[in-house]
Ligand binder design. Sequence first.
Ligand code: PAF
Length: 275
Amino acid sequence: MQEQAIAWRHAGDDIGFVPTMGALHGGHESLVTRARKENRRVIASIFVNPAQFGPNEDLDAYPRPFEADRARLAALGVDAIFHPPVDQIYPPAFKTHVDPGPLAEALEGKIRPGHFAGVLTVVLKLFNLTQPKRAYFGQKDFQQLVLVRQLVRDFGLPIRIVACPTVRQPDGLALSSRNAYLDPAQRAAAPAISRALDAAAKAFAAGSTQPAELESVARSILQGIPGSTIEYAAVVDETTLRAPSRAIAGSVLAVAVKLGSTRLIDNVVLGAERL
Ligand code: PAF
């Protein structure tokens, strides 16, 4: 992969890179479509990264429909699909890990310790193997996006990170590979997550700037999802991920909700058209 990528760069071709764990949906497709428009070459990776799953998470159950993924990516005109085996990314001698620092301790990081160390370690390795000029990430994984930007800044990586809007079902549910785990009743209830974000965004637009007030608007809707647990519903600063004393345009309301054993995350940028 790296030899091919370097050859493309030496030939003067820009590379756009879309890292994925497969089980592709319209969200991934929007990233590839954007990459296709902006780069001479497009590489998509499919790698279910064991390092970002905790011991009791869904690594084994994570869907791996490789043939369907390959066909989708081929239809979108990617130049290469990088689908390495686990022992090629993490050979027995593999030792070094990225320490993502304090931004990884908020939100997801509190509930999934070690998750972002695993994400940033694989993202750094994938960047080096695919030599992108631009790399494409979804806004749905908002904290991941913030941390990848931090990685790029801290290590001086010559890569532009392009954030792409969350893609939703017509009923508002954010596309996620994990939606496949929902049973019909959970699937029917899940759009309440997006309604909760909308309601808080509307309250902000109507003048409410107290984080606790906005969070409680969201929580009151999330609580109506049968069999659900709210892991967090928090207004945070878009770059520091800290709780602001008052929400301002650009603050982000991020939520994580468990429906049965399925965790779903979503977010809204306050004061913006829905990203
Ligand atoms: O967002 C994902 O699918 C993963 O976290 C990523 C960026 C491909 C790293 O494994």
